[in-house]
Design a protein around this ligand. Structure first.
Ligand SMILES: *Cc1c(COP(=O)(O)O)cnc(C)c1O
Length: 412
């Protein structure tokens, strides 16, 4: 299977790596919260980690492990953990790995809810500095003695800044810091996290992975590149035989088991079914987005277009190097005098909704919605104008999308 293409490996993964019983090609959904042990010694051994198995549905089920195996297989990692949402995955990772007095460097250009979570972490005594990750120089100069990690997103939303991934990965390796990469925008078929030396990939399964707007989920995958023996925050209890598993073990125990944001088994199944068409969907959305970005670029009613596939995007050279396709997120500023609310109402086919990575094309006015909680100065620092519209491009036929914009612009 190793030398086969991405989608070939993916659609055969469940039946081959999870080997469900009776020739089933999908891992069945586990509806049991509890697990019986015929031999009492076995429950002791599973609790003590001496034997593999499930003890309680909050910690693990066959459905969750099956999805974890597939996600890990696609990223070529050493293990994965799944969660109820992407935010749960991020929260559990942060709170299980860091403590008061640690310092972490975080991208200035972050998903709004992650930014808000980072503020909560600050209140718990975890020191945080925000840095512009489009150039490694900024990250380097912000490093401190107690810096434990760098956290960033591959392509940031909504302005589509691309991180200086490989250089930051190298810096983290040199400083023995964790390199935490939210790859929600660029799943494994688009981006090789190991090639930029990511330690963990963290992100939402709700978006491109599941793909159809019908299920929430999140995951952490350990690439195997970080040396956990050098990470002092691993509790003695989790310094078990295999060093490569220390980090995930602590995230599973302290982050998943104790915090409790478990992915429901039915959701794990829905996600693995949606995932099968990942490459088909992202190839189409990347192609559609590039076509639409090119159409909007230079339109008389458009002041700016933010899309990494455009040659004049400030990090186009980085996007070309790291990603297979430029993704489905595209934002643009309308010219002054066109009200974003009125413009969105003029679109017929494009759905006004928050969310991204759907099969349908979605749009929303950025400043008064997802960045409503930020101050005007914060929005300015992030280059978010009051005229900005964020789009998540779907898999519709491109001519229909362009026609929808043409009829909408004609009203102004
Ligand atoms: C949506 C999103 C998340 C959070 O995922 P949920 O599944 O909605 O909790 C995290 N990071 C990024 C970049 C996202 O777009």
């Amino acid at each position: 299977m190793k030398n086969k293409g991405f989608t070939t490996r993916l659609v055969h993964a469940d039946r081959l790596i999870n080997s469900p019983e009776s020739g089933a090609v999908h891992q069945p959904t586990t509806n049991s919260v509890l697990f019986e042990f015929k031999e009492a010694q076995d429950i002791v051994d599973v609790f003590q980690g001496k034997q593999a198995g499930h003890v309680y549905g909050r910690s693990s089920t066959g459905s969750n492990v099956a999805l974890q195996n597939i996600l890990n297989f696609l990223e070529g990692g050493v293990g994965a953990v799944t969660f109820a949402t992407g935010m749960a995955a991020i929260t559990a990772t942060m709170l299980s790995l860091f403590k008061a007095g640690d310092h972490i460097l975080v991208s200035h250009f972050l998903f709004g809810n992650t930014r808000s979570l980072i503020e909560t972490m600050g209140a718990l005594g975890i020191e945080v500095d925000f840095v512009d990750v489009t150039d490694v120089i900024n990250v380097k100069s912000a490093f401190k003695e107690n810096t434990k990690a760098v956290y960033l997103e591959t392509i940031a939303n909504p302005v589509t800044q691309v991180a200086d991934l490989r250089a930051i990965g190298q810096l983290c390796e040199d400083r023995k810091a964790l390199f935490l990469v939210d790859n929600t925008m660029t799943p494994a078929n688009m981006f090789d996290a190991k090639s930029v030396l990511a330690s963990l990939t963290i992100g939402s399964l709700t978006k491109y992975i599941a793909g159809h707007g019908n299920v929430l989920g999140g995951a952490v995958v350990d690439t195997g590149l970080f040396d956990w023996a050098s990470f002092e925050n691993i509790l003695p209890l989790y310094r078990t035989a295999d060093t490569s598993q220390w980090g995930l073990t602590q995230i599973k125990k302290r982050g998943l088991r104790d915090m409790g944001a478990t992915l429901a088994p039915a959701s794990a199944h829905a996600i693995s079914v949606g995932l099968e068409t990942l490459a088909l969907r992202t190839e189409k959305t990347s192609e559609n987005a590039l076509r639409l970005a090119t159409y909007l670029h230079g339109h008389e009613h458009v002041a700016a277009v933010y899309y990494p596939g455009l040659a004049d995007h400030p990090q186009h050279f980085l996007a070309r190097e790291y990603f297979n396709g430029y993704g489905g997120i595209l934002s643009f500023d309308l010219t002054d005098g066109i009200d974003p609310i009125a413009f969105l109402n003029a679109l017929d086919l494009v759905i006004c909704a928050t969310h991204l990575g759907d099969t349908r094309t979605l749009a929303l006015p950025v400043a008064p919605t997802i960045y409503f909680e930020c101050s005007e100065q914060q929005r300015k620092d992030m280059n978010i104008s009051d005229n900005m519209i964020r789009m998540s491009i779907g898999i519709e036929d491109i001519d229909d999308l362009v026609a929808d914009f043409e009829q909408a612009f004609a009203k102004f």
